[in-house]
Design a protein around this ligand. Structure first.
Ligand code: CA
Length: 225
């Protein structure tokens, strides 16, 4: 489990980083909003939860949260607020924070909130995947984009699930073949390209941006709008 700490107060950062490390969590730290957005956008970074101070220098915590929610509807976010920031706390919840703690807080209290947020996120993660305006129900195997229902054939939802579990990552044809088709399936034909094109057609809704990008000579990636 990896937690992103977004906080400008060095004392709080060190208190959180030490405490979380002793509980077995890996951490990364962003001391301002711009750095937080860079980390959240980086395709080689991944986080299971974000602790977000709202009172940041420069780009505010609210802006970080808005950017984060555009990319990832399901990443749990716990907002850290001071008693004087009640209005921004409310705004944080409106923008999609899962929970908040008011400073000063005890580490035990925060830890309980973190565990609860991770628990509910793993429960919802087991039944649906969400990337941008795209949602895949893992039980019914029906996808929804911007509120429109998309019915998928079995290989198509397996392919979409693979993309949605690795948004923005470059997936090679070989990897897609291995994960969506049986091991040892003849890679000599263009089955991956054919199914990506089926999936693209189904996900393509007039007025909305294409979601699957071709990376020439390398494979495909799902764009997280
Ligand atoms: Ca602050």
């Amino acid at each position: 489990m990896r937690i992103l700490i977004v906080e400008d107060d060095a004392g709080i950062v060190s208190f959180l980083a030490k405490g979380l490390k002793s509980e077995g969590y890996a951490t990364a730290v962003a001391r301002d909003g711009d750095r937080a957005i860079r980390l959240l956008r980086a395709s080689d970074e991944s986080f299971d939860l974000v602790l977000l101070d709202l009172g940041l220098p420069g780009t505010s915590g609210e802006e970080v949260l808005a950017v984060l929610r555009q990319r990832d509807a399901s990443l749990p976010v716990i907002v850290l607020t001071s008693r004087t920031e009640i209005a921004s706390k409310v705004r944080g919840l409106e923008l999609g924070a899962n929970d908040y703690v008011t400073k000063p807080f005890s580490f035990a209290e925060l830890l309980a909130r973190i565990r609860a947020a991770l628990r509910s996120s793993s429960q919802s993660a087991s039944t649906e995947l969400v990337v941008g305006d795209l949602r895949l129900d893992l039980l019914t195997k029906i996808a929804w984009r911007a509120g429109r229902r998309i019915d998928l054939a079995p290989r198509e939802w397996a392919l979409l699930e693979l993309f949605m579990r690795h948004p923005t990552h470059l997936l090679s044809r070989a990897r897609i073949l291995n994960e969506v088709w049986e091991y040892g399936f003849d890679p000599g034909n263009n089955v991956v390209d054919v199914y990506v094109s089926y999936l693209r057609k189904k996900l393509n809704i007039a007025g909305l941006d294409p979601l699957i990008q071709t990376v020439r000579g390398a494979g495909y990636r799902l764009i997280a709008p």
